[in-house]
Design a binder for this molecule. Sequence first.
Ligand code: TMP
Length: 204
Amino acid sequence: MFITFEGMDGSGKSTQIRLLAEKLTALGREPLTIREPGGTPLSEEIRQVLLAHRKGSVSLTAEVLLFFAARAQLVDEVILPRLEKGDIVIADRFVESSFAYQGYGKGMEMGFLKTLARQVTRNLVPDVTFYLDINLEGSLSRQDSRGTRDRLESMDPETWNRIRDGYHDLIQAHPERWVVINAGDTVGHIHHQIWTELEHRLSV
Ligand code: TMP
């Protein structure tokens, strides 16, 4: 089973992924958790390249291709082999992050992103995607409380708004796969909602 988490920066994905992985591990399921960009040595190197602040501007096409290069390695080296073995894979972000951030947020042509996504993922679609919904103020204040922003987090409020609206468009296009959760809820209650949703899909 392939489970993905999406949401704006600071929406609490990492905490929820950790809690979910702990729960599954306690039940003997040994899930694999990965983050994007990252999850393989090559993909983690690309992550450093993407997040680093630079003197000059970064071409949006270069940014897109770097995200997809990291993802291609992760899909081929880790995600597909583990899914073929019947494992549970939990991913912190997947192609919808590129659609929301580079597509809706920064204006990359959606047709190009979708073609790349199909090629790179070999048409892999998550079984379920949890969207932790946080408003712009909440996202920015959680980013600030974590310290300095990386290059990708350093965007103007209009871009952040387009990213959030973009996620809502993506959800409306495939509501059957997305589970929307209010990220302002308590950590425990969010975990409970995620678990309730998954329990009937897994024979645990
Ligand atoms: P993270 O902070 O959730 O680990 O994600 C790293 C940053 O990369 C975050 O600001 C979102 C951004 N990102 C994109 O812009 N496009 C993508 O395709 C992915 C996977 C992440």
